[in-house]
Design a protein around this ligand. Structure first.
Ligand code: MN
Length: 250
């Protein structure tokens, strides 16, 4: 991801959930958006990798989404086999919301295996989901993936301000999307995140704007909203985020 200077950063996008994956990749390259294409199952990873072979700006992460663990947990062995193919991991993590709480114990087993494998391999960059599970995610990161063995990027973090501070102490980064600014709690949380740990993301196509999924790389509204919080212009925020990205990948 350090090859070229990007114009913007979209550090968590599901390119393969748009109607045309190849077109989504082309768009990120044409617009010079450094994009982390996360995947939700290990089986989805090889096609993403294949289609991004010539891409200057898109990198593919191998993931096993916590919301899919109850059906796809057995694919953890495929995850482990394919992990050497990429430096990037995600979407992984924990989800304790009512619909997914039944699989929470299984999610923890899978996430522990993911973190241990990443720690053993070293130098992985991991995009982590933590819905209603910030404390558990941070406990596991602390235990299984020390900062010198890998980097955690908390995607769409929704824990408390004190949990955000704990995450910073554990060396975590944060990828922030436009929906996080929708309420005062989210805004307070973002103010508590140090600016040198901030990245931008769309989380498209899950994040929608006026009922339509945001396009890959369309982080303009995030840059504006962050600018208001940080008293910076969107261009200054963009430079800040680019600098943070280079530190993460270096
Ligand atoms: Mn996601």
């Amino acid at each position: 991801m350090s090859v070229l200077k990007p114009r913007r950063v979209d550090f968590h996008a599901h390119l393969d959930l748009y109607p045309d994956l190849a077109e989504a990749i082309r768009r990120c390259d044409a617009e010079e958006v450094a994009t982390l294409a996360v995947t939700t199952t290990p089986r989805a990873f090889p096609r993403n990798l294949e289609l991004t072979k010539g891409s200057a700006f898109v990198r593919v992460a191998i993931g096993l989404h916590p919301q899919l663990v109850s059906e796809r947990g057995s694919e953890i062995s495929i995850f482990e086999d394919l992990l050497p193919e990429t430096r990037y991991v995600g979407e992984v993590g924990l989800d304790a919301s009512p619909r997914h709480y039944r699989s929470f114990d299984q999610q923890k087993m899978i996430f522990e295996r993911v973190l241990r494998r990443c720690a053993r391999a070293g130098d992985k960059i991991v995009s982590v989901h933590s819905v209603r599970a910030a404390k558990h995610v941070l406990d596991m990161v602390e235990k299984f993936l020390p900062p010198e063995r890998g980097r955690i990027v908390l995607h769409w973090f929704s824990g408390s301000v004190s949990e955000a501070r704990r995450a910073v102490d554990l060396g975590c980064f944060f990828s922030v999307n436009e929906r996080m600014f929708a309420n005062p709690k989210g805004q307070a949380l973002i103010r508590a995140i140090p600016e040198n740990t901030l990245l931008t993301e769309t989380d498209g196509p899950f994040v929608e704007r006026d009922g339509t999924p945001v396009s890959p790389g369309d982080v303009g509204p995030v840059l504006e909203a962050l600018g208001k919080v940080l008293s910076k212009t969107p261009e200054e925020v963009s430079r800040l985020v680019n600098g943070n990205l280079s530190r993460i990948v270096s």
